[in-house]
Structure formats: C-alpha cells, structure tokens
Design a protein around this ligand. Structure first.
Ligand SMILES: Nc1ncnc2c1ncn2[C@@H]1O[C@H](COP(=O)(O)OP(=O)(O)OP(=O)(O)O)[C@@H](O)[C@H]1O
Ligand SMILES: [Mg+2]
Length: 285
C-alpha cells in the first residue's frame, strides 16, 4: 500500500481550505474528521494528504482502505490497521491477545472461535497502549465498505477511548452516518464536504498531469461536463462528455464536427475521464 509522503502533499492541486482544516483538526480537540463527497471528487487524495500531515507531525498512523470487493471478508480492515503493530499486542492479557491474533490470522484457534468481545477489547487496549507513546490516527478510506466484523470492533473501541489520544480520519461517499460516526459524535466530529475543483485547479491539474493547456472555452466546457470532478470514471466511463457538447451539435454530422474540433482543440486528448485519467476509457456516445 503506497502512501503519500510529505512531498506528495504538494502534488494535491487546489483544496487549500480542506488541507488547512485537516491540519487544524490534527492540532485541535475533535476526535474525528470526516471527508465526504461523490465518486472521483478527490476524497482519497485529501485523506492521503491528511495522513501525510499527521505523519509529518509525528502521529502514529494506522491505515485501512475498505473496498466493496472485501466488504464481506471478516476483519480485513482490522488486519490492515494492525499490520505494523506487534509489540503492543504482546502486552495484552493472554485471552485478548490470542483472540485478536486469531482474528488477524496470526495464530491458530484453539477449540471454539474467539469471542468478539475479546477481540474488541484486545483492539481497544492496543490503541490505548499505542497512544501512551504519542498521538495515534486511525485512517479509514471508504468507510461505507468496512467489513461488518471490523466495524463492530471499531465502534466498541470508539465508545471507550475516553482520554486516549486517538483520532479518526474517515473518507466516505455521501450517505447516512455510519455506526462508527455515531459512536464518535459525542466527542466531536469535524466534517468537510468535498466539492468540485475550481477552474484554476483543473487547469493546473491538466497541465501538471497531461501537459495540456486548453483554450478557456474548451476548459469551461470540460469543467461543466465533469462538474469539476477530477476523475469521473465511475459515473461516466465509456461516454463522451456529452454535456461538453454544444447544444447545436444534435445531428450525427454536427456531433462528428464537434468531436473533430474537440480533438483538435484538446491536442488529441480526446477522451477525458474527468480531467486526470487515461483518455483511453472514453468512447463516443
Ligand atoms: N486536488 C487534487 N489534486 C490532484 N489530483 C487530484 C485531486 N483530486 C483528485 N485528484 C486525482 O483524481 C483522481 C480521483 O481522486 P480520488 O481517488 O481522490 O477520488 P475519490 O473521491 O476518492 O474517488 P472514489 O469515490 O472513487 O473513492 C485521482 O487520480 C487523484 O489523483
Ligand atoms: Mg476514494
């Protein structure tokens, strides 16, 4: 799993307000920061920026990126979070340590499967002992896809962390609050709704990623077509940005003429996926 380094933080285009809010969170009192927004809008990019900032400030960061493909794999997220944590597990009472190690597939089960409560207590106490050496950040991307077994353990811990210096950085698609958010709410959650990138930021992104400099009217149309989403893969893959097509281009002939002019004006960058990805995902609609 590759994380952004401190240097990578500079590769984030625009988003100054969100990055400042993330840095403020790291120095503040809220227990959690939640980034939410639609597909491809830039949540993970900011979440990685938050991780880089936390590491730069010396926080210990535990990371998991949930995915829909792994949502049914029990304890997948917990295994990611505790991937580099060994010493603290050794300090746990034996039943908790063994239960946790079985859940993480680091030990053989003896007899019956471990109790969920023992696993949850083991995780809670691991977080507590990690935080005795300095602040800890639990970073979860795409929390909506957290596997239920890990989610339960996280909720159990979130309700009991009290004074331990453990915070949460969460990214999610817009949806109702998750059980984890509800558990964290009483100790303060800061939120950022990640919206469209500005025209200027998109111009920079195109220039830095693709070496492209589009005429302003083409850029404007592109921003309108993609709604300022840096990567609209999931919603519009396989289509021309028809919203960028002028209304006058209704017939097949005028659409072809428009397409040619788009190709010419965009210097052959003919099939944009949002504004940052490989052009090859696009076909004519
Ligand atoms: N501010 C930005 N600066 C530079 N690149 C960006 C920025 N925002 C997004 N991108 C790029 O756009 C693409 C999509 O961004 P990202 O993965 O962060 O979106 P997302 O909201 O997490 O998407 P999803 O909902 O699919 O998880 C990535 O390639 C990312 O590098
Ligand atoms: Mg993402």
């Amino acid at each position: 799993m590759r994380e952004r380094s401190g240097d990578d933080e500079r590769q984030i285009v625009g988003r100054e307000a969100e990055l400042a809010a993330l840095r403020g969170f790291l120095g503040g009192h809220a227990i959690a920061f939640v980034l939410s927004g639609g597909p491809g809008i830039g949540k993970t990019t900011l979440w990685e920026g938050g991780i880089a900032a936390a590491r730069a400030e010396g926080l210990r960061v535990l990371v998991t990126r949930a995915s829909s493909a792994e949502a049914q794999l029990s304890f997948a997220a917990l295994s990611d979070l505790l991937n580099d944590v060994d010493e603290e597990l050794g300090l746990l009472p034996v039943p908790q340590r063994h239960a946790l190690e079985v859940a993480l597939l680091r030990a053989e089960p003896f007899g019956a499967p471990p109790e969920q409560r023992a696993i949850a207590l083991g995780f809670l106490n691991s977080l507590r002992s990690l935080s005795e050496h300095g602040a800890v950040l639990v970073a979860i991307d795409d929390v909506q896809w957290l596997d239920p077994a890990s989610a339960e353990v996280l909720v159990f811990a979130a309700r009991r962390l009290e004074r331990a210096d453990v915070r949460f950085l969460i990214a999610k698609r817009p949806a109702r609050a998750t059980a984890l958010e509800r558990a964290l709410e009483p100790r303060g959650i800061e939120r950022a709704d990640v919206g469209p990138l500005s025209l200027g930021a998109i111009r920079r992104l195109l220039s830095e990623r693709l070496g492209l400099s589009l005429p302003r009217h083409v850029l404007r149309r592109l921003v309108d077509a993609t709604l300022g989403t840096p990567c609209s893969r999931s919603s519009s893959a396989g289509r021309w940005p028809s919203a960028a097509r002028p209304r006058s281009a209704r017939t097949s002939r005028s659409r072809t003429a428009w397409r040619r002019s788009w190709e010419r004006e965009s210097h052959g960058w003919e099939r944009p996926c949002g504004v940052c990805c490989s052009p090859s995902r696009w076909t004519e609609s």
